[in-house]
Design a protein around this ligand. Sequence first.
Ligand code: COA
Length: 158
Amino acid sequence: MQVERLKINYKTLEEFKKFKEYGVQELSMLEDLQENIIEDNCDSPFYGIYYGDKLVARMSLYERSAKYDLYFDPPQNYLELWKLEVLPDYQFKGYGKKLVEFAKSFGVPIKTNSRMKSKEFWEKMGFQTVTYDMDRDLGQNPLVWYPEGVKEKKQTAN
Ligand code: COA
């Protein structure tokens, strides 16, 4: 099993329809492609794993700049991971872990937003819950992974 950067093309967008978390992001990619705003086969923020020619697991990764970092000490560039999903017939076979390990291989901190039922998975992957900050985390359930030398940013009272 090998992690690949996914290209935006009609085939990938068709594969995306099998995932539960299909929404505005995918629809806007489809529109951009149809209206020639983006080129066929350009890189997407998604990474995935194929089983044969079927996409069975995917995640989105986005690099956030240190300027916007409210989570880590020292402040630094980090990755935001979202839409990690493994198709039902392929769960519990290591695909999710493989994608998360790929994200960790960049060596920068990672932030994700856990769905209620997947918390145990994230804990197994070494992610930790941050101290909840209402202003920052409103409506979110952030989980983070710290590479060596990085700590949680302590909240200052304001
Ligand atoms: N609860 C508890 N442990 C879980 C888990 C879950 N929902 N999903 C995976 N794990 C554990 C595995 O047992 C495995 O443990 P091990 O290393 O001790 O063997 C480890 O996490 C890695 O599992 P992996 O096979 O890589 O998980 P996955 O490929 O199934 O990916 C999800 C995990 C959550 C991304 C995937 O199952 C998914 O997309 N699920 C659908 C959405 C969701 O959130 N479901 C939650 C369950 S209803």
